[in-house]
Ligand binder design. Structure first.
Ligand code: GUN
Length: 282
């Protein structure tokens, strides 16, 4: 084993301590509204996790758990209510949504000032323009923090991202481009993917395919960020085959304990930022 383990859990713990101390100086508790539609098992686990760490940090959460067959109008009305409620600082709609709901229409309804997931087109658009959005999506923000612990200077680095999702691949590509990286985003239709990944100084796997990335996809000394949460024979694993790559990589995030804990920490950081932003606008 030569790869350095990038310990996301430890870094997230430090962030929680800082947030807790910041929150203790505020006149009231920040509040996050969480909207969950349906009973997807993974989504329920993610939401429970967000609530647990919010409570430990001093953030109040209110969970709106709606049935899977909720009408879009009802969901939009709930978002309107949360937008207007001055006690609510942040709003998230857990994704994915049931098929009959239009994700973009729903995300677009959240006030950009309360969009602590950073998915609203105002926030993604500002990021694209290399201007300052109110909020940046939590997973890419967490990944940037993890990468910078091993390589603070990013200018000129070749980065390959596997996966072009709204939640990870696209915003992460923009953040890295804004830091002067040369970014390649690959996806399911990419041809000869190994030719691209072998040029990477930093590789981010966010495609949801268990142990897809093997050592022969990589040049030696690559920094590896694994966003995948999959099961292989019941055991949790990432999109990178950890045992296959661990001798030759420079650094790698473990699964679990890498990107996952950072995502929740960054969401809660965004919620505290939302509180401060909204109070300063009063
Ligand atoms: N589903 C998977 N990741 C996320 C996330 O970061 N935010 C929301 N709202 N849904 C998700």
């Amino acid at each position: 084993m030569t790869a350095k383990i990038i310990d996301g859990k430890q870094i997230a713990t430090q962030i929680y301590a800082e947030l807790k101390s910041k929150i203790s100086t505020l006149p009231t508790s920040p509040k996050l509204a969480i909207i969950l539609v349906g009973d997807d098992d993974s989504s329920r686990i993610y939401v429970r996790n967000k609530q647990k760490f919010a409570a430990e940090t001093g953030i109040v959460t209110e969970l709106f758990h709606l049935p899977a067959n909720t009408a879009e109008q009802d969901l939009l009305q709930l978002i309107d209510k949360c937008n207007q409620d001055t006690a609510v600082n942040g709003i998230i709609v857990q994704l994915p949504l049931p098929e009959h709901l239009n994700t973009h229409r729903i995300i677009n309804r959240i006030s950009p000032l309360k969009d602590v997931d950073g998915f609203h087109p105002y926030n993604t658009g500002m990021l694209q323009n290399n201007e300052k959005p109110y909020f940046i999506a939590a997973t890419p923000l967490g990944i940037m923090t993890l990468i910078k612990t091993v390589t603070p200077e990013l200018s000129g680095k070749n980065v390959v991202i596997i996966g072009a999702s709204l939640i990870v691949g696209r915003p992460l590509a923009t953040l890295l481009l804004n830091q002067e990286c040369t970014v390649t985003v690959t996806h399911i239709h990419t041809q000869n993917i190994k030719e691209l990944t072998r040029k990477a100084d930093i590789l981010v796997a966010a495609c949801g395919v268990a142990k897809l990335v093997k050592n022969d996809w990589l040049k030696p000394n690559t920094i590896l960020i694994d966003v995948g949460i999959n099961r292989d024979n019941g055991k949790l694993c990432g999109d990178i085959d950890f045992d296959d790559v661990k001798e030759d990589a420079a650094a790698i995030t473990p699964v679990p304990g890498g990107v996952g804990p950072m995502t929740v920490a960054m969401l809660l950081q965004n919620t505290v930022d939302a509180y401060i932003l909204q109070r300063s606008a009063l």
